[in-house]
Write a protein that binds this ligand. Structure first.
Ligand SMILES: N[C@@H](CCC(=O)N[C@@H](CS)C(=O)NCC(=O)O)C(=O)O
Length: 205
């Protein structure tokens, strides 16, 4: 059995969908959270492949990076992919749509110039409602998942990353979308995810 260690900050962020997937799949791992930014800067940053996290270390040596490809890796490993190449294409499309939404929120959140921030907020909110509407329709068409044929890694990815987006915007982004709410609840009702959510550290973001 491989030994996994996930390095990330003590926030949900890009680490959370990986944590969701690992718990969903019942993979034991060390959820290493830097105590603060200094610990990261002084002791870890230079040891990471691209000086960024999340990073997943395997057996104390090999280091995987890029949060989406780490999620896809577990999707493949635990049969949470599509059953055809076309379904895998759909999974990737949804994942990149979700990522576009996330980046739009992150750009708004990180903007420090007040005048730019107002314009970014307007653009981000309009994009968000369009994308969420589309994703909701997809979830409605396919039951409690984005792609036909049952739960796949992108459903679990969404449950984790939509929590991050909601934390940043300080409201549940799925609240007006019944099918997305159902999809996320379905993932969170998984016994192992439920147990993780009960015991994980409380963080603001
Ligand atoms: N494209 C990368 C982005 C990783 C990234 O931006 N990580 C940030 C935290 S969310 C980071 O490591 N920041 C610390 C730093 O740059 O010092 C991914 O998706 O994993």
């Amino acid at each position: 059995m491989l030994n996994y260690k996930l390095y990330y900050f003590n926030v949900t962020g890009l680490g959370e969908p990986i944590r969701y997937l690992l718990h969903y799949c019942g993979v034991e791992f060390e959820d290493y959270r830097f105590q603060d930014f200094d610990e990261w800067k002084n002791h870890f940053q230079d040891k990471m492949p691209m000086r960024q996290v999340p990073v997943l270390e395997i057996d104390g040596c090999e280091k995987l990076h890029q949060h989406i490809s780490i999620c896809r890796y577990f999707g493949k490993k635990f049969n949470l992919c599509g059953s055809t190449l076309e379904e895998d294409q759909r999974i990737d499309e949804v994942m990149y749509d979700i990522n576009d939404m996330r980046l739009s929120i992150a750009n708004y959140y990180n903007e420090t110039v007040v005048e730019f921030k107002a314009a970014l907020k307007e653009r981000m909110l309009s994009k968000l409602s369009f994308f969420l509407g589309k994703l909701d329709m997809l979830a409605s068409k396919n039951g409690q998942s984005f792609v036909r044929g049952g739960i796949t890694w992108v459903d679990i990815y969404y449950a984790g990353i939509s929590e991050v987006m909601s934390n940043i915007l300080e409201r549940d982004i799925n609240e007006d979308y019944a099918n997305l709410t159902k999809l996320v609840a379905h993932v969170r009702n998984n016994n192992r995810i439920k147990a993780y959510l009960e015991k994980r550290p409380k963080t603001i973001i």
